[in-house]
Ligand binder design. Structure first.
Ligand code: 5GP
Length: 120
């Protein structure tokens, strides 16, 4: 499918420094920051610095270096936040996934028991 990136989305503005964020970790290819409306004691968003709208866009089009940098950021977020008892990683995608911000982001949510993934 075709992916079209809106560079006015809120995470693009965070990456440009137009909107402040509480940074947890940053490297050349990714930024991780606290969600503004945390759903659990740990709720961090990991985003690539490149213009990717969704997980499937990123997985299919990002360079190996971008993908490695992103996964390094995920590992650092898990280490820094100390989610040793476990966590959930969520990538809401497009309409069915109820994605609000059209810049790929992985939610890292933990710090409490989260229950089953989806209601039965
Ligand atoms: P989505 O529904 O797209 O998967 O999640 C978007 C997330 O971005 C939500 O959890 C929301 O709280 C978070 N969010 C939206 N605007 C901002 C913002 O300006 N700063 C931060 N840190 N998080 C935001």
């Amino acid at each position: 499918m075709e992916f079209s990136y809106d560079d006015q989305n809120i995470f693009a503005r965070i990456l440009r420094g137009e909107i402040p964020n509480k940074t947890v970790f940053e490297n050349d290819h990714a930024l991780a920051f606290h969600d503004i409306e945390p759903q659990a004691p740990v709720h961090v968003l990991v985003i690539p610095k490149g213009a990717y709208v969704s997980l499937d866009h990123f997985a299919g089009a990002a360079t190996p270096e971008e993908q490695a940098g992103f996964m390094q950021a995920v590992a650092e977020v898990c280490r820094i936040t100390g989610v040793d008892d476990g966590f959930r990683a969520i990538a809401n995608t497009r309409a069915h996934g109820v994605q609000d911000v059209p810049h790929f982001h992985l939610h890292i949510i933990g710090g409490r028991h989260l229950g089953r993934m989806l209601p039965k």
